[in-house]
Design a protein around this ligand. Sequence first.
Ligand SMILES: C[S@@+](CC[C@H](N)C(=O)[O-])C[C@H]1O[C@@H](n2cnc3c(N)ncnc32)[C@H](O)[C@@H]1O
Length: 288
Amino acid sequence: MNVKKKIGDLDIEWSKLWQDGIMDAWSHQYIKKYGSITAAWDHKAAEYTKSMEHSNRTQLIEKIEEHSPETVLDVGAGTGIFALPLAKSVKRVVAVEPSPGMLDILKNKAEANNLTNIECINKKWEDTTINEVIALNKGKYDLIICSHALYYITDLHDSFRKMNEVSKGFIYLLIGAGHDTDDSSYSKYYERIYERPEPTFPDYSFLYMTLRELDIDPNIEMLEAYAKRYVQNMDEAIDLWKEDIDGELTEAQRDAIRDYLSDKIKKEGESLYWEWRSKDALISWRAE
Ligand SMILES: C[S@@+](CC[C@H](N)C(=O)[O-])C[C@H]1O[C@@H](n2cnc3c(N)ncnc32)[C@H](O)[C@@H]1O
């Protein structure tokens, strides 16, 4: 019996569970507050760039460069955390990104760094065609990266098939794989801050199972992830929560956030920073 049939016989809709779980965990709130996921990222673009400035997300670049790719496709490229540094060492990067707000930052940074080898497609990955993606590169890509964007990409089977179709090398998916490693207290505060029980977050293994349904047999490596967000004071840190909450924060919500952050805000010289640690799953395979 083949794997596809065996997994199919389980009758579990892995990709639907992933999509519905993310929607319940936070995307519904983005849509409620901003109108759409794309509008939410337009709004979040500047803060997202700041929050990633002192992170180790780009640790993956070392692994990517081991393959010496000449051409890279970055799906859900955001503000260019991978596209920009990679453009310095490869011939061409094509960035697919639906949010004009995120893409503007990427383009401005590319211009400021005199990088002329980044092509952009301002669309959702689901809305791109194989032909347009290949045409921009005049051929298939040596490597594809899709980092922290699979929370929002729908039609996962078709989306993964399309990645396979346009690639002639490795495909790297980077995705969150759990809470802060040193932060078991978070769920306790979630209810106070968001005024509802913490929703169950679908595990990265749902993506793994979706890939297995396609007869893809990926590698999975766990990476330690961290980011530091520098702030002037506690109030600035608390205000960061406003982005994901309807209306203004109440005093009770501010108190809950203050309590949660009390042992997390640290001093570094004259600055304050808040550090969070988590795990990322790096799911990778070589396109057939
Ligand atoms: C968390 S950010 C990740 C950005 C960047 N790849 C990184 O690792 O920092 C998620 C990005 O996915 C983009 N995105 C949302 N829906 C998408 C879709 N359907 N197709 C491609 N990208 C999407 C968002 O606009 C946003 O820029």
